[in-house]
Design a protein around this ligand. Sequence first.
Ligand SMILES: Nc1nc2c(ncn2[C@@H]2O[C@H](COP(=O)(O)OP(=O)(O)OP(=O)(O)O)[C@@H](O)[C@H]2O)c(=O)[nH]1
Ligand SMILES: [Mg+2]
Length: 452
Amino acid sequence: MDGRSGRRYKQTFMFDVRERPNLVQRALLVGVYQEKSEETEARDLIEELHELVTTLGIGIVGSVVARVPKTNTRYLTGTGKAREIIDHAKELQADCIIFDNELSPMQQRAWEQDSGIAVVDRHEIILDIFDRRARSREARLQVDLARMAYSIPRLKRMWGHLDRQGGGGGGGSGGASRGEGETQLEVDRRLARERIGRLREELTEVRKQRATQRKERLKDGLPHIAIVGYTNAGKSTLLNRLTGAGVLAEDKLFATLDTTTRRFELPDGQQALLTDSVGFVRRLPHDLVESFKATLEEALLADFLLHVLDASDPRVYRFHETTLSVLAELGAGDKQSLIVLNKADKITDPAWRTQLERHFDQAVFVSAQTGEGIDRLLARLNEMLYDRVQRLTLRVPMARADVLALIHREGKIISTEYEGNDAVVRAILPKRFLLKVEAFRIKETPVTPSRI
Ligand SMILES: Nc1nc2c(ncn2[C@@H]2O[C@H](COP(=O)(O)OP(=O)(O)OP(=O)(O)O)[C@@H](O)[C@H]2O)c(=O)[nH]1
Ligand SMILES: [Mg+2]
């Protein structure tokens, strides 16, 4: 019974491109800005919205970027501009207007009433993309929660929309059907709130499991590196390249909505953990950031970040800034990080490479796809984690197989010589194991990272 009512929701709850792919096919994109200085930004954002909308398989028939010196509560734009945009949409036979700006539920309703077609905003488009991509239980719950939070204040609009669709033939009974709609609306709001409560409970459970896994990992004391970056930068491909994890990597926005952590080994033999997670985009809806906070927070818990950028894309500086601002929003703005300029194999213009080298002077160029530059990246990681290891010489009696095994397992052996019943081992060992081998230490040789 319960499951069935859940499904009914899914079908009627919100403007749902996923369930009704033929509902909209011809979208007009609209972006408005207030100050003259915001024009370039507004055009960039429309370009990004273009990509997001295309991801959903919706065709785009045109786009409007307009300056609106004073915002208006009813439409966001002034009445004249709204009329103009609606006329333009009609001319283009658009069946949907998609706003880059966030519309309040009231504004959305006003636009829909006046244009007679569906009107949505960037927020809803991103929610729909996340909805399509969510696979794991946690991602599913998080997306559902964000959708619910978005939908509650908009329920009226949705029912209005359906009423209009259903009631096309019986024009005279407007008053009665509105009364019915209102009752239905109340029921729906209550059900939606109950569902939010259930989703939160389930999420708490799922997160408990994750916290346990994290605790297990922390026990090992391994350094933890998180990969962050704009969506489609190549984060998952890099994780796969470094750790051999078989994470899905695709030429799609938001291919990854989950967190994957794998162990890998650095050239000096020390092990580290690497986490891949959700990509960022500009104006990531607040509800999504809220409900994905637990996933995104993996980045906060890492020792440092690998900030991956698609270096072959002319928008790379913007991608960089977007990621920095999302990190700041999450409270990870000041975390130590290393910039990885990925997709170096796709850079054809040497001047572009030089420009990037100047701009990101500490960055490492790599191609996660071909493996180019990966050695350099690993060497840099080694340097960054240098203070976590110790080079030492140990004299270990052969009978202490446990100690020899520990060095083998956790560190890197540089040489072994046998003297009587002892093994004299020169090795690099993570500092957290020093206590265990202290009794066998004979001398230390300091070493600079470059000699590792
Ligand atoms: N040419 C080239 N393509 C790459 C490289 N790295 C990744 N790609 C491609 O870029 C696309 C996106 O890669 P992903 O690894 O899925 O990117 P992501 O950053 O994990 O993306 P999201 O999970 O969507 O945020 C895929 O088609 C990859 O094959 C690279 O070094 N060179
Ligand atoms: Mg990914």
